[in-house]
Design a protein around this ligand. Structure first.
Ligand SMILES: NC(=O)C1=CN([C@@H]2O[C@H](COP(=O)(O)OP(=O)(O)OC[C@H]3O[C@@H](n4cnc5c(N)ncnc54)[C@H](OP(=O)(O)O)[C@@H]3O)[C@@H](O)[C@H]2O)C=CC1
Ligand SMILES: Nc1nc(=O)c2c([nH]1)NC[C@@H]1CN(c3ccc(C(=O)N[C@@H](CCC(=O)O)C(=O)O)cc3)C=[N+]21
Ligand SMILES: [Mg+2]
Length: 283
């Protein structure tokens, strides 16, 4: 079967063109959307993502403020920083890069971010609204994946979607968004028995595990659409996904590459949320 390569970079650019226009309209009305990113410590992977976010802001005309804090930052200091940003009128979105060092309680940090500026969509307020299908900031990676499916004309309604992973930032909200679009959803995780039996039923397989090239052809039903969220380094230190692309591609009807698949969409939806937040300032 010939497979459709889902070009996240290209779809991203299409969506970003629309966002850029919205930013220009806002700036003409005296509102410059602003995003604050807090990075605690020196994780090299985080630095790349943060650099990509800053680059996207710059391209779109969004003000970006990067706050770098040392690895040994106390929870108290981080919370104080967030509270300051909650009050800052030039900031519409606040993102605290995860994971955080051990001395800091992640949940407490997330709950300190004002729901009005929660552009990651991780605050319990946002999560609750998402579950109820109410308007809110949607988590960027799952939202970006829904856009990839939409722009690639991959029908979701009535399909069996299997999500591997149940993290609060990817797996859980991914399944919910698919469900809201009328998929039949199965979640798999580290305690799932017979993972291959599950994944072989998937019309749409979303993989968010964090293990390089774990998903091989044996896990795939002929004709499935495969979305690879993973961001790993292989034995040659090359960026790779959780899916063994070369092994599975011929069995799939559509597949995302890594890089150039889900990653750029995550950043695009972050930009989208930041602009949505800034728009609430319009009279
Ligand atoms: N492209 C992008 O924009 C983004 C990429 N990522 C990448 O996606 C991947 C996942 O991220 P994240 O959700 O934060 O990761 P987590 O580590 O928080 O979650 C991993 C999930 O995978 C499950 N899992 C682990 N091992 C297995 C296994 N052998 N079989 C089945 N399930 C397993 C875990 O199960 P259990 O719950 O039982 O422990 C868990 O639910 C990472 O590579 C990350 O770097 C993340 C965010 C954005
Ligand atoms: N509060 C918070 N929100 C996040 O959204 C968040 C986070 N913490 N912690 C880490 C994960 C990971 N993540 C990525 C973002 C962009 C790329 C990305 O740009 N990827 C490019 C290339 C990356 C590269 O070249 O290294 C691509 O796939 O093409 C990847 C991963 C967001 N995350
Ligand atoms: Mg995690």
């Amino acid at each position: 079967m010939s497979s459709q390569l889902i070009n996240g970079k290209e779809i991203s650019n299409t969506i970003r063109t629309g966002i850029q226009k919205e930013v220009q309209d806002l700036i003409a009305k005296g509102i410059t959307p602003g995003l604050a990113v807090i990075l605690v410590g020196e994780d090299p992977a985080s630095h790349t993502y943060v650099a990509n976010k800053e680059k996207a802001c710059k391209e779109l005309g969004i003000y970006s403020k990067l706050i770098k804090l040392p690895e040994d930052t106390t929870e108290e200091d981080l919370l104080a920083q967030i509270k300051q940003l909650n009050e800052a009128s030039e900031i519409d979105g606040i993102l605290v890069q995860l994971p955080l060092p051990k001395q800091i309680n992640e949940q407490k940090v997330i709950e300190t971010i004002s729901p009005l500026k929660d552009v990651d969509g991780f605050h319990p307020n946002s999560v609750g609204k998402m579950l109820l299908g109410q308007e809110t900031f949607l988590p960027c990676t799952p939202h970006g994946i829904m856009k990839l499916l939409e722009y690639s004309n991959i029908e979701v309604a009535g399909k069996h979607a299997v999500v591997i992973g149940r993290s609060h930032i990817v797996g859980v909200p991914m399944g919910q968004l698919l469900l809201q679009h009328d998929a039949t959803v199965t979640y798999c995780h580290s305690k799932t028995k017979n993972l291959q039996e599950m994944t072989k039923q998937a019309d749409i397989l979303v993989v968010a595990i964090g293990r390089a090239k774990m998903i091989t052809a044996d896990y795939i039903k002929e004709g499935a659409a495969v979305i690879d969220v993973g961001m790993n380094r292989d034995e040659n230190n090359h960026l790779c996904g959780d899916v063994d692309f070369d092994s599975v591609v011929e069995k799939t009807s559509a597949i995302t590459p890594v890089p150039g698949g889900v990653g750029p969409m995550t950043i695009t939806m972050l930009m989208y949320n930041t602009v949505q937040s800034a728009k609430t300032k319009l009279a």
